[in-house]
Design a protein around this ligand. Structure first.
Ligand code: C5P
Length: 238
C-alpha cells in the first residue's frame, strides 16, 4: 500500500514497501510568489523529472551524496527517505532576482565571489532570510553540519557551472535542500531543475528557467525541453 505523505508545490511524496524509500511524483504544476501565482502546465512534471535525474546522476557520479536512487517512470523517481533540514541554500554566481531587487543592482552584474544565502523553509512566513547565528540559535543544524552543506553547495556550483556552460547556459543562481538519513548522514535532497535555478542562454541571455513563468515571458515547457535536450547532448559526450 502506497500512502501519500506530502504534497508540495510541484511534487508529491508517497511511501513504498521499503520504509527507507519514497516515491516522488512530479506534477504538472507551477507556482510563483510563494504559491500566490499557480497554474497547471502540461508536460512540466516529466521534463523536470528528466532534468533532475540527469543532474543528480551526474552529481552522484562526481561524489556528491544524494537522496536519489533512480528514475521510475516519466514522472516518478525513487529516493531515500530523509528528514529535510528546513533551510534553503541559495548560491548566486551573477546578480539576478531578489538579490538584484533587494540591493538595487542591475541583473547580470558579475560578483567578485559567489553569494551564499540561507532562507528558513516556511510557507506561512514566506521563507524568511535566516543567517548562520539564527540557524544555530534555533538548533536547526550544528555549525559542522552548516559548514558541510555549504561545502557540498560549493562543489555542486563548481561541477554545474562548466556542465551548463557546455550546454551554452550560464548558471546564474540556484537553491539546494539537504536532508538527514535515518543515521543522521546529510545528503543532497529535493530536485535540481529550472524550477530552482536560473539559467541564461550564454549567447542570447534569454531566460531558460522558471523566470519565464514568473515574468510571463512565454510557454514554460518548450523552454525546459530545450534545456533537457542540450543537457542530454552534453552528457552523451561526457
Ligand atoms: O528569488 P531569488 O532571486 O531569491 O532566487 C534565487 C534562486 O533560488 C533562484 O534560482 C530561484 O529559482 C531559487 N529559489 C527556489 N525556491 C525558493 C526561493 C528561491 O528554488 N523558495
Amino acid at each position: 500500500m502506497s500512502e501519500l505523505i506530502y504534497t508540495g508545490k510541484a511534487k508529491q511524496m508517497w511511501t513504498t514497501e521499503d520504509e527507507d524509500v519514497l516515491r516522488v511524483v512530479y506534477m504538472d504544476q507551477a507556482t510563483a510568489l510563494n504559491g500566490k501565482k499557480k497554474d497547471q502546465i502540461k508536460g512540466k512534471g516529466q521534463v523536470n523529472n528528466q532534468i533532475s535525474t540527469l543532474i543528480f546522476n551526474y552529481l552522484k557520479a562526481k561524489g556528491i551524496p544524494t537522496h536519489f536512487i533512480k528514475k521510475l517512470s516519466e514522472t516518478e523517481e525513487l529516493v531515500k527517505k530523509v528528514t529535510i533540514v528546513p533551510l534553503e541554500f541559495v548560491t548566486r554566481n551573477i546578480a539576478a532576482g531578489h538579490f538584484a531587487s533587494r540591493f538595487g543592482v542591475k541583473e547580470g552584474t558579475p560578483f567578485k565571489q559567489p553569494v551564499e544565502e540561507t532562507y528558513y523553509k516556511s510557507d506561512e512566513l514566506d521563507d524568511p532570510f535566516m543567517n548562520e547565528s539564527q540557524a544555530l540559535a534555533l538548533g536547526i543544524a550544528t555549525k559542522a553540519e552548516l559548514d558541510y552543506m555549504w561545502e557540498l553547495s560549493r562543489k555542486v556550483d563548481q561541477l554545474l557551472i562548466p556542465l551548463f556552460a557546455k550546454a551554452n547556459l550560464q548558471l546564474v543562481d540556484f537553491k539546494l535542500e539537504f536532508g538527514r538519513l535515518a543515521d543522521g548522514t546529510i545528503v543532497l535532497a529535493d530536485e535540481f531543475s529550472p524550477d530552482n535555478c536560473r539559467l541564461w542562454d550564454l549567447t542570447t541571455k534569454a531566460h531558460m528557467d522558471k523566470d519565464v513563468y514568473r515574468r510571463d515571458l512565454g510557454d514554460l515547457t518548450p523552454v525546459y525541453e530545450e534545456v533537457l535536450t542540450r543537457l542530454e547532448e552534453v552528457l552523451a559526450k561526457e
